[in-house]
Design a protein around this ligand. Structure first.
Ligand code: HEM
Length: 425
């Protein structure tokens, strides 16, 4: 094993020989020391090959333009063999639990055209603007309840009491999932995305048990909805749409996991990221308080600045020339959105958090091309509402210590974040 892949190695990014850089190492993300690695790669080796790692060999694409070129070329870059760099140990264990992976085993995000689009279109109306607008009043009411229950003048964990609660609440609304059991959605998502020893996962068996519980619950929900009148929730849509109503159990389970994970960590970590960023850039917080109409652009700026999913991966279906290198057919490629969003050739002053940027939705965090995030309007609605309700209630949310971060180079976010709300408005 080369030095760059050893867990716990935090040698400075500029001291490591270029060919040994393995940007997917989870420990650098957890320690928040990853940015210098990407700065160096963008500068010195924007299409970078890691020959050996815990994820196998893979390419890293780190500049904005190359990421766009990759993400929008779905013929040359397939999603069918997984969309995240997978830790090889995790893959082997997961296969023991769930059986060998099959095409679409993680829902339509791991399908190519034309089958991908038929599935995506079955889900899209639930998360499209008209349905999102219908959901908004309920989300606002539930968000208000969560905020009204927060302690004043006492330290608490923002991730647990707010970010997870709000995201679980919105997902439960989307699925028409039993509201009192909403935190199960958080739990299952955390069980899927974490390795043993991290988050709530104690062992591979523990992870397997959680998945079976999740699939059992969603199996029952399918059976209820398929025999009922079609509704506007996601499960009912899947159970009644001609493109999905006959899908096999494994595809349904993959779709459920996709929707739970897709809608969970991402939004959760944006909610946490907004509190973090507004505290690190207090002049931006002042601007927001003075002019709440900036909430919409603040939400987009947070999604760029945080980049809740650090990368998406593809496999080349043919040889592709990029940045003077040849990516060979069958090679795995990581598009590092977290790096592209800091590329100064595309974003002015990219390291600054500026809530009134001229084009705030110009970011890579939702991806591009046929797989561009189908839930992006739900995410923006939820984040906008929470901030409207926060500003009505609390003059300030104070970060009182550094957050702890996820041990992951895929989910880019926070495990805990200590805050105090000094007073109500
Ligand atoms: C800030 C919040 C969010 C971020 C940053 C985010 C990010 C992403 C990214 C990067 C992709 C893949 C894009 C690509 O490969 O080109 C994606 C796909 C997807 N997201 Fe999101 N997402 C967010 C919120 C949500 C929500 C709330 C939902 C569900 C309600 C959701 C459901 C999905 C689904 C189903 C896909 C697969 C789309 C496809 O393959 O066609 N996401 N998301």
């Amino acid at each position: 094993m080369n030095i760059a892949v050893k867990a716990g190695n935090t040698a400075d990014a500029n001291d490591i020989p270029l060919e040994q850089i393995n940007p997917a190492r989870a420990d650098r993300f957890q320690a928040n020391t990853i940015e210098p690695v990407f700065e160096r790669l963008r500068r010195e080796d924007p299409v970078h090959f890691t020959a050996q790692s815990e994820f196998g060999p893979y390419w890293s694409i780190t500049r904005w333009a190359d990421i766009m070129a990759t993400d929008t070329n779905h013929e040359a870059f397939s999603s069918a063999d997984g969309i995240a760099l997978a830790n090889l140990e995790a893959v082997a264990e997961q296969e023991k639990i769930m059986g060998a992976r099959r095409r679409g085993g993680a829902g339509f995000i791991t399908m190519d055209e034309p089958e991908h689009m038929t599935r995506r279109q079955a889900v899209a109306p639930t998360v499209a603007p008209p349905n999102v607008a219908k959901m908004a009043p309920l989300v606002r009411e539930r968000a208000g309840q969560i905020l009204d229950s927060l302690p004043i003048g006492e330290q608490f964990d923002w991730v647990d009491l707010v970010s997870k609660e709000l995201t679980a609440m919105t997902l439960a609304t989307l699925f028409d999932f039993p509201f009192e059991q909403r935190r199960k959605l958080t739990y299952w998502s955390d069980m899927v995305t974490n390795m043993p020893g991290h988050g709530p996962v104690q062992s591979w068996q523990h992870k397997g048990e959680a998945l079976f519980e999740c699939f059992g619950t969603f199996g029952e929900l399918w059976n209820q909805r398929v025999n009922a009148e079609p509704g506007i929730d996601l499960i009912s849509m899947l159970a009644h749409n001609p493109a999905t109503r006959n899908m096999d159990v494994m595809e349904y389970q993959g779709t459920v996991i996709l929707l739970i994970v897709g809608g969970n960590d991402t939004t959760r970590n944006t909610i946490s990221g907004s509190v973090y960023a507004l505290n690190k850039f207090p002049e931006q917080y002042d601007k927001l308080r003075a002019d709440p109409s900036l909430i919409t652009s603040m939400v987009s700026e947070t999604i760029r600045w945080q980049t809740p999913l650090a990368h998406m991966a593809r496999v080349a279906t043919r040889d592709v020339e990029m940045g003077g290198k040849t990516i060979r057919k069958g090679d795995r490629v990581a598009m590092w959105y977290v790096s592209g969003n800091r590329d100064e050739s595309a974003i002015e002053n990219p390291n600054a958090y500026l809530i009134d940027r001229a084009r705030p939705r110009q970011h890579l965090s939702f991806g591009f091309g046929v797989h561009r995030c189908v839930g992006n309007r739900v995410a923006e609605m939820q984040l906008g509402i929470i901030w409207e309700e926060i500003l009505k209630r609390f003059p300030r949310i104070e970060l009182v210590g550094e957050p702890t971060r996820n041990y992951s180079s895929f989910v880019h976010g926070y495990e805990t974040m200590p805050v105090v709300i000094p007073s109500r408005a």
